[in-house]
Design a protein around this ligand. Structure first.
Ligand SMILES: Cc1ncc(COP(=O)(O)O)c(C=O)c1O
Ligand SMILES: N[C@@H](CCOP(=O)(O)O)C(=O)O
Length: 470
């Protein structure tokens, strides 16, 4: 399997290459040269497989040439062995039509663990072969940070520098990052928003003084969903849920609380591979750039408004570029031009082909604070089920989407409610407690560095603490 950049001028790489590179050297994102396809018969044959065996079946075409099936199986067995539920991503039924796909049974209680437990092991596997050192630079609005730190803390050949927007993540989220004490973990609290942090991360990949790929000292890589391996691992749970709901004979709709467009893009990939998906509902909070883009074609970033669903407080959604590239006929030069325009003005219009292509599979909704609270209250009172604020946004969008009653709608539950106890208590009157495996979080000591929201300060910190590439 070869991967190409959405901006057309970076070299094509194999799976190992894109995993270690993170972002393409032309500033684009890597996508497979062609989508692997499964026939209806092949999808039917996946029914009843364990999560690990399903993961191996779905991901094998993407890793061909870089991992053997046995190596992939071993990595998946170890990654998903750390989940507290035997099904890894269990489904829960809330009413006749509405289902919840619980993605929060990993070590840090958010869907990020599904991909990052695997990615940490992929880094280790590939670095052992090349005997090199990796400098991971990531941005987090709360969940990627803790999941990535858990996945790489204490591992040899890797340093991780995780930027979070100071004061804009929940206390649980912050402590899950800052109480991990390992010499290779560096937490940086940055003035500004997640978008500011993400922009600094992307800039470092193109910094001649930093990135080894451009003559600098450090082999920089990504744990954010700009890294293809993140998305690949997330495709698996769409198959897992749809198979349980009767795929390939029956279509399923998914509602996805969305920020950086990674999780829902994994659903798009599943559909391209042959999984029968009725609709992908893109659910945003009031930071609604994706809803506006899908509803009107206007992709223009405003300022970020802090909300009770902080992980979705994002206005520049990295993975949207992957969708626009695919829908726009995979024209790298045209995509590079479109993104140059967006980077200069923070606004762009989707082309007709991009709008029409998106409308075939995607619907979207913007859910405000009242809608979110309403969903949390309804689920608690009617079903005795506690939703976290992000999942509540997805669930509210699912209920409003007008999907035919005969089609099941699965909302992705992206985080455990105990990560956001204040918001849950406000909506439901009950305060969810942390699962015992993270129970002493508030007794642990925190350590993090506070930096201004300036690229130079971050680059200086990284260059003083990272290990150069060999
Ligand atoms: C709990 C939670 N829900 C939803 C999202 C949005 O997912 P994505 O950025 O893949 O669209 C995030 C962050 O990414 C998150 O942490
Ligand atoms: N919501 C994320 C933001 C980063 O998104 P990613 O999926 O690209 O890593 C977070 O919680 O950090």
């Amino acid at each position: 399997m070869k991967y190409i950049s959405t901006r057309g001028s970076a070299p094509a790489l194999d799976f190992e290459g894109v995993t270690l590179a993170g972002l393409a050297s032309d500033g684009g994102l890597y996508v497979p040269e062609a989508w692997p396809q499964f026939s209806e018969h092949e999808i039917a044959a996946m029914s009843g497989l364990s999560y690990v065996e399903l993961a191996v079946r779905v991901m094998t075409p993407f890793v061909e040439g870089s991992l053997t099936v046995e190596e992939l199986r071993d990595l998946c067995t170890r990654a998903y062995g750390r989940f507290s539920h035997a099904a890894v991503t269990p489904l829960v039924q809330l009413d006749q039509q509405q289902w919840i796909l619980e993605l929060f049974h990993g070590p840090t209680l958010a869907f990020k663990d599904v991909a990052l437990q695997l990615l940490g092991r992929l880094f280790e596997h590939f670095l052992k072969q090349s005997d090199d050192h990796l400098t991971i630079v990531g941005a987090t609005s709360g969940d990627t940070g803790s999941a990535a730190i858990d996945a790489v803390a204490g591992r040899e050949r890797v340093d991780i520098f995780m930027l979070h927007p100071k004061g804009r993540v929940s206390d649980v989220q912050r402590r899950q990052m800052t109480t991990v004490r390992a010499p290779n973990v560096h937490n940086l609290a940055i003035e500004g928003s997640f978008d500011d942090a993400q922009a600094m991360v992307k800039r470092m990949f193109n910094d001649d003084a930093m990135a080894a790929s451009r003559g600098g000292e450090y082999r920089i890589s990504a744990v954010n969903s700009i890294n293809w391996a993140r998305l690949m691992a997330q495709v698996v749970y769409y198959f897992a849920a749809a198979l349980q709901m009767g795929a390939p004979r029956r279509k399923v709709a998914f509602s996805v609380p969305t920020g950086n467009f990674g999780d829902v893009f994994a659903g798009y990939v599943a559909a391209q591979m042959g999984l029968p998906i009725e609709k992908l509902i893109v659910a945003t909070n009031v930071n609604d750039i994706l809803h506006r883009a899908l509803a009107t074609g206007d992709y223009s970033a405003g300022t970020v408004t802090p909300t009770a669903a902080p992980s979705m407080d994002i206005q520049v959604s990295s993975n949207f570029e992957r969708l626009l590239f695919d829908l726009g006929g995979r024209d790298g030069a045209a995509m590079a031009e479109q993104m140059r325009g967006f980077e200069a003005s923070k606004a762009m219009q989707l082309t007709n082909a991009q709008r029409e292509g998106a409308a075939r599979l995607f619907a979207s909704a913007r859910v405000d604070q009242a809608g979110m609270a309403n969903a949390m209250t309804w689920a608690n009172e009617q079903c005795g089920y506690v939703l976290d604020p992000h999942t509540a946004i997805g669930f509210q969008a699912a209920r409003e989407a007008g999907i035919a009653a005969s089609t099941p709608v699965v909302t992705l539950a992206t985080a455990h409610p105990a990560k956001f106890p204040d918001a849950v208590e406000r909506a439901t009157g009950m305060r969810p407690s942390l699962p015992t495996r993270v129970g002493d979080l508030f007794e642990r000591t925190e350590a993090f560095e506070e930096l201004p929201g300036e690229y130079e300060a971050v680059a200086d910190y990284v260059s003083k603490h990272a290990t150069p590439s060999s």
